[in-house]
Design a protein around this ligand. Sequence first.
Ligand code: PLP
Length: 493
Amino acid sequence: MGTGEKGTLYNAGYENRRNLGGEGVRLGERMVPGPQLSERARRERAVLLRSVDTRTVNGGASLVRRSSMTATPETPVPLSAIEAAARTIAGKVQRTPLVRAPQFPGFPTTEIYLKLENLQWTGAFKLRGALNKILGLSPEEAARGVVAASAGNHSQGVAWAARARGIPATIVMPENASPLKVSRTRALGARVVLHGADYEEAHEHSMRLAAETGATYVHPFDDAAVIAGQGTVGLEILDDLPGVRRIVVGVGGGGLLAGIAAAVRGRGSTADLVGIQPAGADTLRASLAEGRVVVGSRPTTFADGLATRHIGNLPLQILQASKARALVADDRTIARASFLLLEHAKVLAEGAGATPLAGVIEHSELLADGPVVLVVSGGNLDPFVLDRILFIGLAAEGRLLRVRAPLKDVPGALEQFLDVARTEAANVRHILHGRESPDRPPGEVTVEVELEVRDAEHGEQVLRAYRDRGWPVERVSLGSGPTNPLTSPPSRA
Ligand SMILES: Cc1ncc(COP(=O)(O)O)c(C=O)c1O
C-alpha cells in the first residue's frame, strides 16, 4: 500500500472493495458492519475483488495521479478535478443545452428544465467520463489500449474517446445488448466482444481481457477520472441555472449522479440531489440506508443504461457525503415518460434518460418547488423499443381504436365496413381479414381493424357510428385499461 495522498485515496477505495458485503465497509473514519455473505454474494464479491486487483495494475496509477490534488476519502473527486476535466474535454464534447420543459399534461406549474445529454455526440453523457479518463492516460498506458464493459452507452463513449486518442479499444457487451448500440460501437472502430447475460458477466470477462493484454480497464462508474468527467454535467447545470433547487438523475452505477453531486456541492450549492432507479434495479436506496454497496439480483428493466446489480464504491462515498436521496420508478412509468418527452418536449430519450421524468411522475412531491432539472442522460433508443413505446403511449391516450366484426363473405362487404371509418375520418393502420375460424360459419369472415383516432372521444364516436349502421362491432382491448401505465402510473408504497 502506498502512503500520503496517493495512498489515502486509493486505499480508501480498496478498503471498501475488500469489505464489500462481508466484514463491513469503511466510510470515512466509520466502519459499517456488513451482513453474513450468501453463496451468491460471496461469488459476486470475488468478482469485484478480482476487478480491484487488476485495476491496481492497469488503472490505479492514473486514477491516483489525476485525483491527488486535494482528494481525501470523503471527497474522492474534488471540485478541482471536475474543473480540470471540463478543461480537458472542452471542445471535444457537445456543450449540451438546458432547456425549459413544456407544461406536461396534469403537471403542476413548477419550472422544469431538461439537461439534454441525449444530444451529446455519442447520444449520452458517457463520452465525458470516457474522454477525461482516456485523455489522462500516460503515453505508455495509452499504447496498450483500453478495455471496457458496458450495455451500450459507455461502450460508445470509450470507443469514441479511444479513436480521438488514436488507441485501440476492446469493448465487452452483454449478449442481449441493444443491436443499435453494438453496431454504433463497432462503427466507432472498437472491437466488440459479445459475452455474458448481463453487464456483470461482461464486466468479469473484460477484466480478464485487461489482465491478459495489459490494456487499461475503463470502469463505467467506479473511477475518479470517469466521475470527474461526468461531473462536468453538474458544472454546466449550475452555470446555466445557478438557482436550481433540485436535480433528478437516473442511476445505474451512480457515476453520473456522484459527479454532479461532487460538482454542485463543490460549488456550494444546496440543491436537492435525487437519484432514480428502475424498480427492477433498485440498489441505491438500500446502499444509502445501510452505508455499504448492496448487491442486487440480476436487473430487470428495459432501461438498459441503468441495469446494474450494484452502485460503485466511489459513487456511494460521494452520494453519502452530499446527502443525495434515492427513489424508484416503475418501468411502465419510464415508458410513459419517454412518450411524454417525445410528444410534448420533442425530445428522444431512451429509458435511462426518461427515468428522471418517471421519478417525478411517481413522486409528485419532487415537483412541489423548483426549478427542477431533469437530466435526460441519453437518447440511444432502439427503434423497435421506440415503436413499442409509441404504441403504448398512443393506446393509453385513446388515440388507437381496434374493432372486430363478422362480415358477409361477399364482394364489397369489406369496402362497406371501411366506409364507416372513412366517413368518421378515422385512418386505417392495420386490417386482419380472417376466413379460417372454427367459430364462424361458412359464408362469414371476421375482420379486425386498427384505426387512428383523434382522442378517446373520437374513438367512442367511431364505435357508435358502426353500431348505428348495424355492424355488430366489438372493441378489442389494447391494454389501455386501468392497468396501462400510461393512463395510471402504479402507486408505490
Ligand atoms: C443514458 C444513461 N443514463 C444513465 C446512466 C447511469 O449512469 P451511472 O452508471 O453513472 O449511474 C447510464 C449508464 O450507462 C446511461 O447510459
